[in-house]
Design a protein around this ligand. Structure first.
Ligand SMILES: NC(=O)c1ccc[n+]([C@@H]2O[C@H](COP(=O)([O-])OP(=O)(O)OC[C@H]3O[C@@H](n4cnc5c(N)ncnc54)[C@H](OP(=O)(O)O)[C@@H]3O)[C@@H](O)[C@H]2O)c1
Length: 159
């Protein structure tokens, strides 16, 4: 059976603009996708994984809006425990890497996470939440934080 073409192909065939933005949860820590969720018994289907990143890389006209990039404060707050999907060995290695870069730059871990999302070679727009002006200002300052190629390579290599 032939699969229906993706919505962007349908739009193009009809001479209409296609969608240009995908909104998914995404952050520096990587989630396990094999655990059943409320939406799917087959694993977590709403996650940015290699398939989606590959698609975004191949379609530069698309941008990813990455929601909950700060894990609700989970990177820096004990009152916000990390989700069970992050309970795997890669999390400790990524946390160590991002904390080291934050220390090096005199920035917060949240800021390094945002700078990593913003400055990568796949276009990403973090959709952050803030409950105070201080939180908002901290996140906004990440726009001016530029990771060196070496820092980015170190962050990318931890998994
Ligand atoms: N499309 C979807 O399915 C979907 C799903 C979820 C969210 N969203 C959208 O994404 C937006 C952002 O989601 P989110 O609120 O989960 O994003 P987030 O940026 O991961 O978390 C924001 C929360 O993190 C805490 N925080 C922020 N800055 C902090 C800092 N500097 N230090 C310590 N804690 C800090 C605050 O929690 P406290 O309030 O506890 O201080 C803040 O409310 C939402 O408003 C929503 O519009 C979309």
């Amino acid at each position: 059976m032939r699969r229906p073409p993706p919505a962007r192909n349908l739009a193009a065939a009809a001479g209409l603009p296609g969608y240009e933005v995908l909104q998914y949860h995404h952050t520096y820590l990587r989630r396990r996708t094999d655990r059943p969720t409320l939406r799917s018994p087959d694993g977590d289907i709403g996650v940015v994984d290699g398939n989606l990143l590959g698609y975004l890389r191949a379609e530069p006209a698309l941008a990813l809006v990455a929601y909950s990039p700060l894990l609700g404060g989970g990177y820096v707050r004990e009152d916000k425990p990390l989700d069970a999907a992050l309970d795997h060995p890669g999390t400790a290695r990524r946390l160590a890497a991002v904390r080291e870069v934050a220390k090096e730059m005199g920035a917060s871990v949240n800021q390094v996470v945002l700078a990593w999302l913003i400055g990568g070679d796949i276009p990403m727009i973090p959709l952050v939440g803030a409950s105070s002006v201080a939180q908002l200002e901290e996140s906004l300052a990440a726009v001016d934080l530029e990771l060196t190629a070496e820092q980015r390579a170190g962050l990318d290599a931890a998994y």
